[in-house]
Design a protein around this ligand. Structure first.
Ligand SMILES: [Zn+2]
Length: 290
């Protein structure tokens, strides 16, 4: 009995691997039940077969079952539909529906509008860039001076902080250009989001940093500060991702080699612990080398 069951199960599943399958509706079968049996969403089954009322399913009706090779199916927007709701019913990503249909205003879909549901997802592999487009745009608009030879990583040594506050503090300390670093990467505290890159006015104006004791180092090294006290805890993964993206961009644009990416304490071993024992330079180097 069990063998027979497995055999018929195999027969039922095998065509799914090859292409389109037809299912003949049996007495007492529901669309949801059939959908579950074939591992597809009810919404996909309904749209694929142009069924407007799922309750009017009769025995003997032939249903086409979307298979793993079914890429797209059509769907007509109904009253009360939202893209997010449609996406979850079909088990696809809202962003994929938006992309495939070139929808500019996701909140302004119209009843009767025909859209394509990308059952197989979109072709593009979802590689999220290390730097947000807005940051990249600002970075590209700045003409880099040729004097930058090093990138120096710091931590703020304060668990809660942001670039604006640091700017004020540094001004009060007598730095007329304020914020001593060229860049600040937030940990999500105060007014910035986790991993947010603040491009300081010293970078925008290609001014000397104020992050090192030695004047000569301030003239040639780019200062990046990560908010947090890394003597106590690790940087966030979003901070590290932003740091990786920023270093890669700066290395390429300022022709700085990975061996010239360093930390405050490596340059001033007796003077500071910055950026703390939980910041790993080797793991950053490993990422920016590739
Ligand atoms: Zn430092």
């Amino acid at each position: 009995m069990r063998i027979l069951f497995l055999f018929s199960l195999a027969l039922a599943i095998a065509p799914l691997l090859w292409g389109e399958v037809t299912h003949v509706v049996q007495k007492n079968e529901t669309l949801g039940g059939i959908a579950r049996k074939y591992g597809v969403s009810t919404a996909a089954l309904q749209s694929f077969n142009g069924i407007s009322n799922a309750n009017l399913l009769f025995a003997g009706k032939k249903l086409k079952i979307p298979s793993s090779t079914t890429k797209n199916i059509d769907y007509v927007i109904k009253t009360g539909d939202s893209l997010g709701g449609i996406a979850s019913r079909f088990g696809v990503k809202t962003s994929d529906i938006i992309e495939v249909n070139g929808i500019k205003q996701p909140n302004l879909i119209k009843v009767g509008q025909k859209i394509t549901i990308p059952l197989g997802g979109t072709k593009k592999t979802q590689v999220t860039p290390l730097l947000p487009a807005s940051v990249l745009k600002t970075l590209k608009s700045i003409n880099n001076s040729s004097r930058w030879k090093k990138i120096v990583i710091h931590h703020s040594a304060t668990p809660v902080d942001d670039a604006m506050n640091m700017h004020q503090v540094h001004k009060k300390r007598g730095m007329k250009n304020g914020l001593a670093y060229h860049f600040v990467i937030s940990n999500g505290s105060r007014k910035a989001t986790d991993g947010e890159i603040h491009i300081g006015s010293r970078w925008k104006g290609q001014l000397d940093g104020g992050h090192m004791k030695q004047l000569s180092l301030n003239k040639t090294s780019i200062g990046i500060c990560l908010i947090g006290n890394f003597e106590l805890r690790r940087p966030t993964s979003k901070q590290l991702k932003s740091l990786e993206g920023l270093c890669k961009h700066l290395m390429k644009n300022c022709r700085i080699s990975h061996s010239s990416v360093t930390t405050h304490k490596l340059l001033h071993p007796n003077h500071t612990k910055c950026p703390g024992k939980y910041f790993s330079l080797p793991s950053l180097i490993k990422k920016i080398k590739s």
